[in-house]
Design a protein around this ligand. Structure first.
Ligand code: ADP
Length: 504
């Protein structure tokens, strides 16, 4: 019997291959970064050919390190950066343009025009999302509108669209020689083109965006055999967008369970069961997962643009620290934030405020404040933003978050995690295996081929690594959060004509 499941994690900065054992442990890994291409302010691209080259290389490295044969691998699962759009020619396999990455803001005018008089929520009842630059559909429209010859080719049925899961799957299964053109429900739910309830493409929205139906991949569940890797002869049997994969890897299978990933930004997902919960409080309604022909499970998501990247900014732009872990040493030099609050609205505020005209601010400064307080205020910002999202989730769903499962790079920071528990007033729990994204994709694939029996195996394999319990009294918790809310209001309405003239 095969010993492993292989996960491919096609992320924003790198692509990784990880072999997982039956008890959910990491056996071997391969990883390679790809170039971040910034052609203009606000534009972010990746080269899809480089990503595919790296994918093959990291699989080779991973299997080589493990000395594993193809027959040792039961299945392959794919997880990926979401919303990043690739358009390619199905006859040549060549992309017609670079991948437009989720952070790219070039589609702001397209989004505004599509909304027209009805505004940003025009399609929300169908797809669960507001019109925003974040999502894939408008990025495809941009490519068809701006790349010479693309629209004619698309109308002739020669072009295919996919997020990077689809691009990876199509290439792994043979590319121009019979490549499988499929995506899963979680990735499809980030395009703005999928009807959340029927789990099929909405022809009206696709027509509004000028996207021919022939370009769109077939939508399948997150856990079923889509095809076989032509080189390895192994079934590819799981696809989940990265944040949903982390939710799956964290075994958040019950309604009301949630996880928060602390990376460049923060992404918190709350499992809402089989119910599609529309958000009145600035959250996204999205697919959580769907296993084979079982009912789809939905989620509410709070996306925070800046969390770990604030620590990078203090390192790279300000020189306050030399590396990310030093922020904790600095913060530990002081007892509290000294009255300082740091609102990192560098590109406006995402969930739950969605204020594009906000800009960053440090408020509450006095002569008393030193660099330790600033370090602390920067860490606290992540915890307060998480509480804002948790409160929005509570308001939308009526479900109180009872404990928070966490993952991502920032959870190495014990001071932050303790403060998070304090400011939320609930336990914060880190799993033993923090690679939850790749693990989630592996589980989805392994379940489809019977390597694992189902969710219960995932639950059994999930082990608590560490738990932080609130120790702050409630009066203090609420006092601090009131001050944070006051600080947030100071960042609103900053962008006006004068700021725009200065190009900020
Ligand atoms: P992503 O998957 O978005 O690339 P990761 O999950 O790898 O991100 O997390 C990296 C982020 O975590 C970086 O923004 C970094 O600044 C931050 N980070 C890493 N270690 C620490 C730490 N000890 N304290 C605070 N932030 C940290």
């Amino acid at each position: 019997m095969a010993d492993f499941v292989l996960a491919i994690d096609q992320g924003t900065t790198s692509t990784r291959a990880i072999l997982f054992t039956h008890d959910g442990k990491i056996h071997a890994t391969g990883q390679k970064e790809h170039e971040q291409i910034f052609p203009k302010a606000g534009w972010v691209e990746h080269d899809p050919v480089e990503i595919w080259d790296n994918t093959r290389e990291v699989i080779g490295n991973c299997l080589g390190k493990a000395n594993a044969a193809n027959s040792d691998i039961a299945a392959i699962g794919i997880t990926n950066q979401r919303e990043t759009a690739v358009v390619w020619d199905k006859n040549t396999g060549e992309p017609v343009y670079n991948a437009i990455v989720w952070q790219d803001t070039r589609t702001d005018k397209i989004a505004e025009e599509l909304g027209g008089d009805e505004g940003a929520d025009k399609y929300k009842a169908i797809c669960g999302l507001p019109l925003a630059t974040y999502f894939a559909g408008p990025k495809v429209k941009w490519i068809l509108d701006n790349v010479e010859g693309a629209r004619e080719k698309a109308d002739a049925g020669d072009l295919l669209f996919g997020t990077t899961d689809t691009w990876t799957l199509w290439n792994l299964t043979g590319g121009v020689d019979g490549g499988v053109h499929v995506t899963d429900v979680t990735n499809a739910s980030r395009t703005m083109l999928m009807d959340l309830k029927s789990l099929s493409w909405d022809e009206g929205i696709a027509a509004d965006m000028g996207i021919p139906m022939s370009m769109l991949p077939e939508i399948k569940s997150c856990s079923e055999v889509y095809g076989e890797s032509t080189k390895l002869g192994v079934p590819i049997a799981g696809i989940l967008g990265d944040q949903q994969a982390a939710t799956f890897g964290q075994a958040c299978f019950e309604k009301g369970m949630s996880k928060n990933t602390y990376g460049t930004g923060n992404f918190m997902l709350l499992n809402t069961g089989t119910e599609v919960v529309p958000s009145e409080n600035g959250l996204l309604t999205t697919l959580c997962y769907k296993i084979g022909d079982q009912d789809a499970i939905y989620a509410l998501e709070g996306s925070i643009a800046v969390s770990g990247s604030l620590i990078q900014w203090l390192r790279d732009n300000i020189g306050l620290i030399d590396d990310a872990p030093q922020i904790e040493d600095l913060a530990k030099d002081v007892d509290d934030n000294g009255g300082a609050y740091f609102v990192p609205a560098f590109s406006g505020l995402f969930a739950p405020h969605w204020k594009s005209d906000a800009r960053g601010a440090i408020v509450g400064l006095t002569r008393f404040v030193n660099k330790g307080h600033i370090a602390r205020a920067a860490l606290e910002a992540t915890a307060y933003q998480t509480r804002e999202v948790a409160e929005a989730m509570n308001a939308d769903s009526g479900v109180d978050v009872k404990e928070l499962r966490v993952d991502g790079g920032m959870i190495a920071n014990e001071t932050l995690m303790q403060f998070q528990a304090d400011i939320l007033g609930v336990d914060v729990v880190r799993p033993e295996i923090a690679e939850t994204t790749a693990l989630g994709a592996a589980y989805a694939a392994g379940i489809a081929v019977g390597f694992w029996d189902g969710e219960q195996d995932v639950i059994d394999n999930w082990n608590e690594g560490h738990r932080w319990t609130p120790s702050m009294d409630e009066t203090e918790r609420e006092r601090l959060f009131r001050q944070w809310n006051k600080a947030v209001t100071k960042t609103f309405d900053w962008v006006d004509e004068d700021v725009e003239k200065a190009g900020a």
